[in-house]
Design a protein around this ligand. Structure first.
Ligand SMILES: [Zn+2]
Length: 237
């Protein structure tokens, strides 16, 4: 049987790298992105370009305004500052858990569930996700324990005992993720066509890509790039 993977593609550095990783590992690859009312449509534009360049079928699932209706995250609400500390932003869940205001409670549970539903519909045995437990943000649904527990839950829910959740970047630093991109020969693609900046800013081109250069997402991406260029990625793996 041909191996097939469904990649969750947000348009960011991690999922973009996962897309090219999947293309190198599986016979067939598809990508899925989600329109959940994110403030910055540029992510979805990036996802479409990446999928096109990788030559894979790309599906955008429309989730309507559900995340926006729940509110409280700077990713869907323009009135909330994307600063790191959620205290006083109205994102009470994030503040209580010491998470940044960009956190959407349960986002990965919901999105990975949709990915799984589409994967089994299209005959894919693997879900590929760019979740990364080493992110400074420390999102609870990006932890190894969540990924493994959810894999078991999805097998049960879908009666697909062979279904796997592949998270190749799970315990990698951002520098090591750049190194993976280098090994896959897609650094230029990731620099040019992925988006990370919380402000949706693509007006300035840095060595690591486009962004404002100041928000937490840009700072993290830049730091990982600097480490990668300095040759420190190998040791951090
Ligand atoms: Zn930025």
């Amino acid at each position: 049987m041909k191996s097939k993977a469904m990649v969750s593609l947000s348009g960011g550095q991690d999922s973009g790298t996962c897309l090219f990783w999947a293309v190198s590992k599986f016979d067939e690859v598809e990508a899925v992105s989600f329109d959940y009312g994110q403030r910055h449509r540029v992510e979805l534009d990036c996802a479409a370009r990446l999928a096109g360049h990788a030559g894979v079928r790309h599906t955008v699932l429309e989730l309507g305004s559900a995340f926006r209706q729940m509110g409280g995250s700077s990713l869907t609400d323009e009135s909330i500052d994307s600063r790191v500390d959620a205290a006083g932003t109205g994102n009470d869940y994030a503040a209580r858990h010491g998470l940044p205001s960009s956190f959407v409670p349960g986002r990965n549970v919901i999105l990975l569930g949709y990915s799984a539903a589409l994967a089994v519909t299209r005959g894919a045995q693997a879900l590929v996700t760019g979740v990364c437990s080493t992110d400074d943000a420390g999102y609870p649904d990006c932890r190894i324990s969540f990924v493994r527990a959810y894999e078991i839950a999805l097998r049960e829910a879908l009666d697909e005992p062979e279904l796997r959740v592949e998270a190749p970047l799970l315990d990698l630093t951002k520098a090591a993720t750049w190194l993976i991109a280098a090994e896959l020969d897609c650094v230029e693609e990731i620099v040019e066509h992925t988006h990370t900046c919380y402000h949706g800013d693509r007006s300035e081109r840095f060595p690591w890509g486009y962004g404002c250069g100041r928000c937490p997402a840009c700072v993290t991406r830049a730091a990982g790039w600097d480490e990668f260029v300095a040759g420190k990625a190998e040791q951090s793996r």
